[in-house]
Design a protein around this ligand. Structure first.
Ligand code: FAD
Length: 403
């Protein structure tokens, strides 16, 4: 090996939320870590997508607690205590108050820009983590010690050696294709419109989910009595809604959402995001593993993608910790890792795909079935408890990490 090639125990490709969460979770390990990110930190923060607010499940809050970051994150989140699920033009609706089940909060809303800021400031202060940005992975070569990576950076070409290579480089993962891992892709022909709205009434920490004639609409509580909006449309309709001026857009939104929060008084900048699902057909190769959106990128209908990715992080770190961070039996460890992710991953993939199809169906029988389903859910407390439990993600947490 050439002297000028830097060597790391772990190279994480992709410094998005999941890559940074992995670096954070490995902070107390003896491993030397390199985080490679193709954008500058400023560009990641300015990404239009990150006008988004991410719904954090209870499992994510628990993981952030385990890694010691929750006290920094808690001040920026808004708790969700109630759910209100309804259908435009239908009679079925369900209102669930998680406090009655002692399961409050159901989750939390966290602005992405704040989350990115907290994670990136934390990661930049870690002694065992080096950050190379902007630097893009372009090629790799397997060798006896792991992988030799070729990267392009602002200054020059860069070569680094990794014993364990982690792909956290998002849905279009370059690492996934360099490892020859196939992925299945499904285009939903849908686009999400994301913005913030200010309603007349207080949100009272209630998350509203409504099936509209255009697609599912979520109005979620955030700070200062504002709400985050995610409104899914067939892609042509989304373009038409994006082209409306604010007053016309608010009128269309009000018509679809109704008056549960009174008049919708103002809307912020709107961004649109085409929706698809991409799932890697394998999670690992010798000495290399995929996590987060690189492993599976799902429809945001159930607000699960980041939460699932964070459980990937927890599972991987839990296993490494259990092995005292020894990297000499990596293949065995990565197989156990992949096996441990099967149930959680399948559950979220099936849930999001199923909900997307169910919400999209507009024929009368589907609408009637949804109406009955919502009325049953609204009336049956045990069913509500099951829903809250499943949403929390807690049963998929890996308890190795507690040891
Ligand atoms: C509209 C919408 C709403 C959502 N809401 C929720 C929600 O409420 N709750 C939830 O849990 N999830 C939600 N999600 C999903 C969530 O946003 C993602 O699952 C999560 O952000 C994925 O993070 P990631 O770090 O795996 O991938 P990404 O955010 O895609 O990050 C990948 C990083 O890798 C870098 N990169 C790519 N290629 C290279 C390369 N070759 N070299 C170096 N770096 C590279 C990129 O620049 C990027 O920074 C939502 C998604 C959408 C679209």
């Amino acid at each position: 090996m050439q002297d000028d090639i830097k060597q790391y125990d772990v190279v994480i490709v992709g410094g998005g939320l999941i890559g940074m969460a992995l670096a954070t979770a490995l902070a107390k390990s003896p491993l030397s870590i390199l985080l490679l990110e193709q954008n500058t930190v400023a560009a990641v923060a300015a990404n239009i997508l990150d006008l988004r607010t991410t719904g954090l499940s209870r499992s994510s809050a628990a993981i952030f607690q385990q890694v010691g970051l929750w006290e920094k994150i808690e001040p920026i989140v808004t708790a969700i205590e109630k759910l209100d699920i309804s259908e435009q033009g239908g009679y079925g609706s369900a209102r669930i108050d998680a406090r009655e089940f002692e399961m409050s909060p159901v989750g939390y809303m966290a602005p992405n820009l704040d989350l990115i800021k907290i994670l990136s400031e934390y990661v930049q202060g870690l002694e065992n983590v080096s950050i190379q940005t902007p630097a893009s992975l372009v090629a790799l070569e397997k060798n006896a010690q792991g992988y030799l990576l070729q990267c392009t950076s602002a200054e020059a070409e860069l070569q680094v050696q990794a014993r364990l290579l982690v792909g956290a480089d998002g849905a279009r993962s370059k690492l996934r294709s360099l490892l020859d891992i196939d992925a299945s892709h499904k285009d939903y022909g849908q686009t999400a419109i994301i913005s913030n709205v200010r309603p007349e009434k207080l949100h009272n920490n209630c998350a509203y989910e409504r099936f509209t004639e255009h697609g599912p609409l979520a109005i979620l509580p955030i700070q200062d009595q504002h709400c985050a909006l995610i409104w899914t449309h067939a892609s042509e309709q989304a373009a038409a809604h994006m082209a409306l001026d604010d007053a016309a857009f608010l009128a269309a939104l009000q018509q679809a959402f109704g008056h549960r929060l009174g008049r919708l008084e103002a809307v912020g900048k709107r961004v649109s995001y085409p929706l698809s699902m991409t799932t890697a057909n394998e999670l690992y190769k010798p000495a290399a593993v995929l996590i987060g959106n690189a492993a599976q990128s799902v429809h945001p209908v159930a607000a699960q993608g980041f939460n699932l990715g964070l459980r990937d992080v927890q599972s991987l770190v839990g296993l490494l910790q259990q092995q005292d961070y020894q990297l000499d039996r990596l293949d065995q460890l990565l197989k156990i890792y992949a096996d441990s992710r099967v149930t959680d991953r399948e559950h979220v993939i099936k849930l999001t795909d199923g909900l997307t199809r169910m919400f999209a169906a507009q024929f009368p029988a589907a609408r009637a079935l949804r109406g009955v389903g919502l009325r049953v859910l609204g009336a049956l407390a045990p069913l509500q408890r099951v829903l809250l439990n499943r949403n929390s993600g807690m049963r998929y947490l890996n308890h190795w990490f507690d040891q």
